[in-house]
Design a protein around this ligand. Structure first.
Ligand SMILES: [Zn+2]
Ligand SMILES: [Zn+2]
Length: 268
């Protein structure tokens, strides 16, 4: 095991050295007269991405986040470091703030994804869809939850929510791609029947399934404590301990920390 890890590390170092050598051999990058792009940049990054692929390594997305709406939902913006294509996860409210973050970073959003259909995770979807003309996707079992939660939104103090246009649905094991990044959809029901987590090699976005030292509530429509416990123990806790966990509300954590310190998942 240890040798494997060491081999992996020395491989990585070798790739970095090779990349440096490659750039040095190419000489200084010249600006093309016709575009603002560095002409060599995409070729180098494309070459680097292909090397990573050959070694079975995935391209990790860049991640940024913003806390939105009265229920303090974490909206995540994930982008491909090579192509700037991006997905917006859980835009619960404050669509203008999210759009400003996207536009300032010159990202090209290709899809909006909700970890589940509760109104605090979808309140900004319709406005962002209008602005960017892109798909909105969530798990197929949460389509009804969207309709229901929009009706209930005023009771939660979330005001009137515009109904989004659900143009795609996920099921367990589906892949989600933007630029050279590919993530995997894990069906993690319990908080709602169609709750999903989105896994990228080193981190996972879990919506309201798991929180730092807590778990999602199961007393709302379609919630189920048995399902939630199974989702956490049999799916999320099977990921490597060092996997970072980005939650629907509150601070991020890691799988290892929650296995050790989360007081809720052992009660059931
Ligand atoms: Zn929720
Ligand atoms: Zn929530």
């Amino acid at each position: 095991m240890r040798t494997e890890v060491n081999d992996k590390r020395s491989n990585e170092a070798a790739i970095d050295r090779e990349l440096c050598m490659y750039i040095m051999r190419r000489g200084p990058i010249r600006l093309s007269g016709r575009s603002a792009y560095l002409p060599g940049f995409d070729r180098i990054s494309g070459w680097h991405a292909r090397r990573r692929k050959r070694l079975g390594k995935k391209v990790l997305p860049r991640i940024s986040s913003s806390v939105v709406g009265p229920l303090q939902t974490n909206c995540y913006i994930l982008s491909c470091p090579y192509t700037a294509e991006a997905i917006i996860v859980d835009p619960g409210a404050d669509a203008e703030v999210i759009a400003a973050l996207v536009d300032q970073a010159n990202l090209k959003p290709v899809m909006i994804v909700a970890t589940h259909g509760h109104s605090d995770h979808i309140g900004g979807v319709a406005a962002l869809q209008r602005r960017y003309g892109i798909d909105f996707a969530l798990h197929e079992s949460d389509i009804d939850i969207v309709k229901r939660s929009i009706k209930e939104a005023p009771l939660w103090g979330l005001g009137t929510i515009e109904e989004p246009d659900i143009t795609k649905t996920f099921k367990d094991g589906d892949e989600i791609s933007f630029g050279r990044v590919t993530g995997k959809i894990l069906h993690t029901p319990g908080h709602t029947i169609g709750g999903i987590s989105i896994l990228f090699e080193k981190f996972v976005i879990v919506g309201d399934t798991l929180f730092r030292r807590s778990v999602g509530r199961t007393d709302l429509y379609s919630g189920n404590m048995d399902d939630l416990t199974k989702s956490i123990k049999d799916i999320l806790f099977k990921l490597p301990d060092e996997t970072e966990v980005f939650c629907g509300h509150g601070q991020p954590t890691t799988i290892g920390e929650e296995k050790r310190d989360n007081p809720f998942v052992y009660l059931y």
